[in-house]
Design a protein around this ligand. Structure first.
Ligand SMILES: Nc1nc2c(ncn2[C@@H]2O[C@H](COP(=O)(O)OP(=O)(O)OP(=O)(O)O)[C@@H](O)[C@H]2O)c(=O)[nH]1
Ligand SMILES: [Mg+2]
Length: 208
């Protein structure tokens, strides 16, 4: 990473980030325009928190202690160069079966059909590791040939040795999947660990 690239990433995430579209209906997505990165993961994995932390805001994406908080696909325009999308989580036990199916269908249709989707950030709660529902999503992304990077979240909850173990375990899962990037980011939205590196990786997808 050159100094200029690092500076571009820093400026991009320090600049404006505006919510511009939210929908639960796959038929009413915003027009495909800028390159897009989607934040995907189990309910409560920390997707909305990570978007807020990356963009240095407290309230861009809504966060809550109640899993299942994000009900729609929310689109954020980052400086006119990149779109960040915050998706509802999967694996939310309390959701009714019917609702869970609807969510899944919507999310899957979005992930498989969005021409401008350049990358998925697949968030894994570092205390839990990769679970079967994550593996199902990885297989779906494999089939859709969407490139994805695994991101460990909530590392502030772990000791350094535990973070290393979590990274090793996630890397082993990623190696089984061709579209999964080898680079894995260990992050905390609470203490900021790993955010600079993740910003730099994401900024490479942005319109120059
Ligand atoms: N300790 C710690 N807690 C976190 C971190 N990030 C998020 N959380 C907490 O985890 C919970 C869920 O965070 P969200 O960002 O709403 O998670 P989400 O993946 O968007 O959840 P859904 O929208 O329900 O899918 C909240 O209580 C957050 O405060 C982190 O880096 N460290
Ligand atoms: Mg959320």
């Amino acid at each position: 990473m050159s100094g200029a690239d690092a500076e571009f990433a820093r400026k991009l995430f320090a600049g404006p980030c505006d919510f511009f579209w939210g929908t639960g209906d796959i038929k009413s997505l915003p027009p495909e325009s800028l390159p897009e990165i989607a934040f995907v993961g189990r309910s409560n994995a920390g997707k909305s928190s990570l978007i807020n932390a990356l963009t240095g805001r407290k309230t861009v994406a809504r966060v809550s202690n109640t899993p299942g908080r994000t009900r729609e696909i929310n689109f954020f325009n980052l400086g006119g160069k990149l779109i960040l999308t915050d998706l509802p989580g999967y694996g939310y036990a309390k959701a009714s079966k019917q609702l869970a199916m609807e969510w899944q269908n919507t999310i899957f249709a979005y992930l498989c059909g969005r021409a401008t989707l350049r990358r998925v950030a697949l968030l894994i709660d570092s205390r839990r590791g990769v679970m079967d529902t994550d593996r199902a999503v990885m297989e779906l992304l494999d089939r859709a040939a969407v490139s994805y990077g695994m991101v460990l979240t909530k590392t502030d909850e772990l000791k350094p040795a535990e973070i290393d173990a979590a990274l090793t375990a996630v890397a082993a899962e990623a190696r089984k999947h061709t579209p999964a990037l080898a680079e894995i980011h260990a992050t905390s939205s609470r203490n900021g660990e790993g955010l600079t590196g993740l910003r730099q990786s994401i900024a490479k997808l942005a319109k120059p």
